[in-house]
Design a protein around this ligand. Structure first.
Ligand code: RTP
Ligand code: MG
Length: 148
């Protein structure tokens, strides 16, 4: 089963959207295999978003992501990387389709409430950055024989 890294950003927590967002992922048939609330250090934020270090928005992005706690998740499911990107919606919430998380709950690119890994390579790197292997759980759902 494919794993991906999801992070509910500070505004998702501060706007009390945690439950609604997790429900969307769970109802789609995805499985939470790790979860951790933490306030990201600037070092970790810069490492996580290293691909953007030369972009004009980098400093604002680091300020935003370290401003309050986040909820880091590892999500498992068939094709979970592409699927969660679809569920999350476009980076700019103004362009995100209604029905996506950003398309339903956000307005600004700089406050787009959720992160999802964009490739298998990113997912592997990001999961390792936030979780030790013993913090990721291997368990069976009682309804695992049901096809979603
Ligand atoms: P994420 O990495 O957070 O899941 O978002 P993404 O893949 O949809 O977008 P990405 O290009 O990786 O950008 C990372 C985050 O940087 C902020 N951003 N601001 N022009 C801007 O002001 C701008 N562009 C990007 C957003 O918070 C975006 O999610
Ligand atoms: Mg990205």
């Amino acid at each position: 089963m494919e794993r991906t890294f999801i992070m509910l950003k500070p505004d998702a927590i501060q706007r009390r959207l945690t439950g609604k967002i997790i429900t969307r992922l769970e109802e789609r048939g995805l499985k939470i295999v790790a979860a951790k609330m933490l306030q990201i250090t600037r070092e970790l934020a810069m490492e996580h978003y290293q691909e953007h270090k030369n972009k004009p928005f980098f400093n604002n992005l680091i300020d935003y992501i370290t401003s309050a706690p986040v909820l880091a998740l590892v999500i498992e499911g068939e094709n979970s990387i592409k699927l969660t990107r679809k569920i999350v919606g476009a980076t700019n919430p103004q362009e995100a389709d209604p029905g996506t998380i950003r398309g339903d709950f956000a307005l600004h690119t700089g406050r787009n409430i959720i992160h999802a890994s964009d490739s298998p390579k990113s997912a592997e790197r990001e999961i390792k950055l936030f979780f030790n292997e013993d913090e990721i759980y291997d368990y069976t759902m009682p309804d695992e024989k049901i096809i979603y």
